[in-house]
Design a binder for this molecule. Structure first.
Ligand code: MOS
Length: 753
């Protein structure tokens, strides 16, 4: 079947199918949802970092105009902690005790007739706290350490001996700052009960995750909860966990017997929907004088809140990065009085690759070997941890073609040697890689008598282009013109899909969409093959081609019949089939599954002959540094990307550009800043600076490589890929420009002086 499908649409650069709706303002985000009788909720958050609520004075607020209800831990119903989801634990249920564990913790919810009334009443609530001295530093002796059960220490060979014996060593400490995801769209929840059935419009990357969590919280059947999110105004990981404010909106609707709308403020977005934890990374490399890596030691400490468990895969990519015989990677987390973290833009791997790719660059200067040559020399032709051949790997082509496109040969290897006018010019590069993630996913496909096709799955499109590429894919798999295909998502009542995260949805959902469409065609073939009235009589699935809304015998274009004709003759309105695509059975990548209430890894049986490869990239960056002011500009980036099969070069390129922008932010600008009491002080876009269009100049994206052999569709995730290695490429370019090595992100101006 796949060979008989004419790929007319897939692989071509297409505009977003939802682009027009979005620019017209007609796309409905959760924040836009309104309904009759809606009440509005405002959150009150803790102004202290650690301690207990001693007293809440509500009287003035209760008398304020328009107030419908005020909920605190004193009158909130008991809620269980939401269950552990396939991607990890859930944050604590809100309002269950007087304990304050972090600044910005939700402590009260005011529901009123208007947002303004709710805000006004919230300002009248006076809370007194019993303060405790917060634990805010990883060096605080009171801080407890958590060793990830799900990211086991990885050891191969004898790292200590290899490091001691190495002809050349690099031993440095790298740090990355706490960052906040900051999607443009403010997160919102609108919750409405009808008896014991709950409908929730919620900003999330995973409607079915929200459904399951709310069902457990309120003790109802998941089938009674419907979560809707047809559009998401960006997320960057902030929508992967089910946050307390979502639960609170549903709780408020239950208590008030009214539909309730809750919108986070920009400041609340910093403490309510996760952040990228900061990290301290000791990275040691051993090598021979001619540039062969003999040892990699990666020891990571990152931060965690007081009551949470969260997978933070900072060391995840290290063991598989290079063909090095001795590797050790270990990670621990330290519990502090911090807001609950979440995943953000290539979580873990963005930070881990900063340390590793900076250290490799440092080694290149120590050895006097070109940074690309050093990486090529240590390229892993097979998975170095398992010894299995990669399911696909065009990293060497990324290095080669990226270098050529960038003009790397014009680089004078001596730091501080290149200038343009007054500016110091630096060229830097780094390797990027994101671990493969391709979970199971369901989709349902219909072909209808009117010649249209509808394909649906309970996934989301957080701005990545999911609607677009899935519409394109369905059009090709069914041979239906793209204008006649509708793709539906963002509804938990649709077939189960994984979160749009881990750069895994295009592969997971694409495989499901392809399988569902093929199943529908198969079903039609079954009907016509014994049909005397059909020109397709006697056809087999192997011998057909789908095109123009119908089926043709591949070798005989005259034998063609439309789906509409087939369905009409058989008296059917439509043919609909739901299919599940499996995660790859033969994979060496770590998979998570439930076990005794928490999530542990198991290596899927590596019976296959391949290691499931994620996407690869080589990033090339030019920086201009003002030698007097220390300001850094990034005028030019070239990213050569092995993303497997690219469904839509336009939206894929946009994904890479977005990752580059996030990488520039991470490298140069973004950092959460707290005062010594643990209060976050830069909770606005004026004070938390992200990369904007002016910071992202010339960007050139090249796609190289072949379809991946372990995905039926051949895709690899490109959503977060550009975040890996990008911060290092920038830091490496800054070193090349100035001779100054900055090992602490962000590379802010004061670090350049
Ligand atoms: Mo991404 S942090 O997996 O949304």
């Amino acid at each position: 079947m796949s060979t008989a499908t004419i790929a007319e649409v897939v692989g071509t650069a297409r505009d977003r199918v939802d682009g027009r709706l979005k620019v017209m303002g007609a796309a409905t985000y959760p924040i836009d949802v309104t309904m009759p009788g809606l009440a509005y909720a405002t959150l009150v958050q803790s102004t202290v970092t650690s301690g207990r609520i001693r007293h809440i004075a509500l009287e003035a607020a209760e008398r304020a105009p328009g107030v419908v209800a005020i909920i605190t831990y004193l009158n909130a119903p008991k809620l269980p902690r939401p269950p552990v989801a396939p991607i990890g634990a859930a944050p604590l249920a809100p309002f269950q005790s007087d304990a304050v564990l972090h600044y910005g913790q939700h402590v009260a919810l005011v529901v009123a007739e208007t947002t303004e009334q709710a805000n006004a009443a919230a300002a009248l609530i006076e809370i007194t706290y019993e303060r405790e001295t917060p634990v805010l530093s990883v060096d605080d002796p009171r801080a407890t350490r958590v060793t990830h059960p799900w990211i086991p220490d990885v050891v191969r060979g004898d790292v200590k001996r290899a490091l001691d014996a190495a002809e050349v060593q690099v031993k440095e400490t790298y740090t990355t700052a706490e960052n906040t995801q900051n999607p443009i769209g403010l997160f919102a929840t609108v919750a409405a009960w009808d008896g014991d059935a709950l409908t929730v419009h919620d900003t999330t990357q995973w409607p079915q995750g929200v459904r399951d969590a709310l069902a457990a919280s309120f003790g109802i059947d998941p089938g009674k909860v419907r979560v809707l999110v047809p559009f998401v105004g960006g997320a960057f990981g902030a929508g992967l966990r089910v946050w307390p404010h979502t639960t609170l909106a549903a709780l408020a609707a239950r208590v008030t017997k009214r539909p309730v709308k809750l919108v986070l403020t920009r400041a609340q977005m910093f403490t309510s929907v996760g952040h990228r934890p900061d990290s301290i990374q000791q990275l040691s490399l051993g090598a021979t004088r001619d540039g062969r890596l003999t040892a990699i030691d990666h020891v990571v400490t990152s931060t965690l809140d007081m009551a949470d468990e969260m997978l933070n895969p900072i060391t995840w990519g290290t063991p598989e990065a290079y063909a090095c015989p001795n590797v050790s990677a270990r990670a621990t987390q330290v519990r502090l009085n911090l807001p609950v973290p979440g995943w953000m833009r290539a979580p873990g791997e963005a930070e881990g690759s900063f340390a590793l790719e900076s250290a490799i660059d440092e080694l290149s200067y120590t050895l006097g070997i070109d940074p690309i040559e050093l990486r090529v020399k240590n390229h892993a032709p097979v998975n170095p941890q398992t010894g299995l051949p990669w399911s696909s790997n065009a990293l060497l082509d990324c290095y080669r073609q990226g270098a050529e496109r960038f003009g790397w040969s014009a680089r004078n290897p001596k730091p501080g040697s290149m200038r343009e006018g007054h500016a110091l010019v630096g060229y830097g590069m780094a390797r990027g890689a994101l671990t493969a993630y391709q979970p199971a996913c369901k989709a349902v496909a219909s072909i209808r008598r009117d010649g249209t096709a509808i394909v649906r799955s309970g996934a989301t499109d957080i701005g990545t282009g999911t609607y677009t590429v899935m519409t394109m894919l369905a059009a090709d798999c069914l041979g239906v013109p793209i204008e006649r295909v509708r793709f539906g998502l963002g509804d938990s009542a649709m077939p189960n899909a994984p979160q749009e995260g881990g750069s895994g949805l295009t592969g997971a959902l694409g495989n499901a969409v392809q399988a569902a469409c093929v199943s529908v065609v198969r079903e039609l073939v079954k009907r016509v093959t014994g049909d005397e009235a059909s020109p397709l009589k006697g056809c087999r699935i192997e011998s057909i081609t789908v095109r123009d809304g119908g089926i043709q015998i591949t070798d005989d274009p005259a034998r063609f019949e439309t789906y509409a004709e087939i369905l009409t003759r058989h008296g059917l309105d439509e043919i609909t089939l739901e299919v599940e695509s499996a995660a790859p059975g033969q994979t060496s990548s770590t998979t998570m599954t439930a076990s005794a209430g928490r999530f542990v890894p198991f290596a899927a049986p590596s019976t296959g002959a391949r290691a499931h490869a994620g996407a690869f990239a080589a990033h090339f960056v030019e920086v201009h540094v003002d030698p007097d002011l220390g300001t850094i500009r990034v005028p030019r980036v070239v990213s050569a990307v092995d993303g497997g099969r690219i469904l839509n070069p336009k939206t894929a390129r946009s994904q890479i550009i977005g990752g580059i922008a996030g990488g520039i932010g991470m490298a140069l600008l973004e950092a959460n800043v707290s005062d010594r009491t643990g209060r976050l002080v830069n909770t606005s876009f004026a004070d938390y600076v992200v990369a904007v269009n002016a910071d992202v100049r010339e960007v050139d994206v090249l796609f190289v490589g072949q379809p991946d052999s372990m995905s039926p569709l051949g895709t690899k995730g490109v959503g977060e890929l550009a975040l890996t290695g990008m911060a290092a490429a920038i830091a490496n370019a800054v070193y090349h420009a100035t001779g100054k090595r900055v090992r602490s992100l962000p590379i802010s101006i004061e670090k350049m002086l």
